[in-house]
Ligand binder design. Structure first.
Ligand code: GLV
Ligand code: MG
Length: 344
């Protein structure tokens, strides 16, 4: 940073100090990406009433939609897309994976049918930049054919070991890249992890407190254990890759719908690590996501106090016995900026 430039001038959301990103995708609230199955008539009928109650509605065509219903799901989404005014709510879809028999037809039919309404296409099981290049080229052709005047953005699900290894190149593969989500179920299977849960923690993934010094017998005695976050490494890696490229990281599915407490904990871990949102698999997860992925009133007030105390943004000040400087100012600006973007 040039000596004359303060942290306030320098700040850019999600990319503080990063190399120039390929693209700066405009911020739109996407704290909860609510999945629905457009082939399920009962579920589909509820969608118009959900507009305005959730940041993103996502018509899912991939896993959880039966093979026999793939066509009905695609056509159902086109009908909903055509008939619904989405107002401030974004419309996303998750297409079938690129190695399935449906992906090409999904893209062709959706861009032609509702390309003007679709904000983001989520691509599952992305393995490397080549998958994004393929979707990017197809979208360019289909958008030109449909006469669309804005590009549809692309979101990749990180759910294979190979995709994980290629996470940086995936983020930078196209200016259409909007973000990445963690796909913990497929990723666990691909990595041969031994959890059978869809996201969240595991009671067996523990660290045990040391025995008291000199207490050899105590080694086998009951000692406190702490459950660890199975997804910490993956989320942190995903967040770094997204920040480097100026795109947005998301948690993913939390399958235990009844366990709202553990769901909130998992979402909060992701928020604290840098994610901007998550998936919602049930209406009750929407409120949890909206709450967790919005900075709290207390955090905003504290961040604003630091910004005010830092004056021109250089040097250091003491607040409540704690040192604040250019770097902590940048941390506070992340919170203030997010609060402003969500309120806009
Ligand atoms: C989501 O698609 C997952 O596999 O967890
Ligand atoms: Mg998956």
């Amino acid at each position: 940073m040039p000596a004359s430039q303060s942290a306030k001038d320098f700040f850019r959301p999600l990319a503080v100090g990063a190399p120039t990103p390929l693209t700066e995708i405009p911020f739109r609230p996407s704290r909860a990406i609510h999945f629905f199955d457009p082939s399920n008539a009962k579920m589909a009928a509820k969608i118009p009433a959900m507009v305005g109650t959730v940041d993103v509605l996502l018509g899912n065509l991939e896993d959880a939609v039966k093979a026999d219903n793939k066509l009905a799901a695609r056509e159902g989404l086109i009908t909903i897309g055509r008939e619904t005014d989405f107002g401030p709510t974004q419309l996303w879809t998750r297409i079938n994976s690129l190695d399935s028999p449906w992906a090409l037809d999904d893209l062709t039919a959706l861009v032609e049918g509702i390309g003007d309404k679709l904000d983001v296409i989520m691509v599952p099981k992305v393995q490397g930049a080549e998958d994004i290049h393929y979707v990017d080229r197809l979208l360019a052709q289909l958008e030109a054919k449909a006469g669309l005047d804005r590009p549809i953005l692309v979101h990749a699900i990180l759910e294979t070991a190979r995709g994980m290894a290629n996470v940086e190149e995936i983020c930078g593969a196209s200016p259409r890249m909007q973000g990445l989500s963690l796909g913990p179920a497929d990723l666990a299977a691909d990595r041969r992890m031994k959890t059978t849960r869809v996201g969240g923690g595991h009671p067996g993934y523990l660290v045990r407190q040391d025995p008291a010094t000199g207490d050899e017998a105590g080694i086998n005695a009951a000692r406190t254990t702490y459950q660890q976050d199975l997804w910490h490494y993956t989320i942190a890696r995903m967040v770094d890759a997204c920040a480097m490229h100026g795109i947005y990281p998301y948690y993913g599915p939390f399958g235990d719908i009844a366990d709202v407490v553990a769901c909130e904990d998992q979402f909060r871990n992701a928020f604290l690590l840098g994610c901007v949102g998550t998936w919602s698999l049930h209406p009750k997860q929407i409120a949890i996501a909206h709450k967790v992925f919005s900075p709290s009133v207390e955090d905003i007030a504290h961040a604003r106090r630091v910004v005010a105390a830092m004056g021109d943004g250089t040097g250091a000040v003491m607040l409540d016995g704690k040192m604040e400087d250019d770097a902590s100012l940048k941390q506070c600006l992340v919170v203030v900026r997010l609060a402003e973007q969500l309120a806009a």
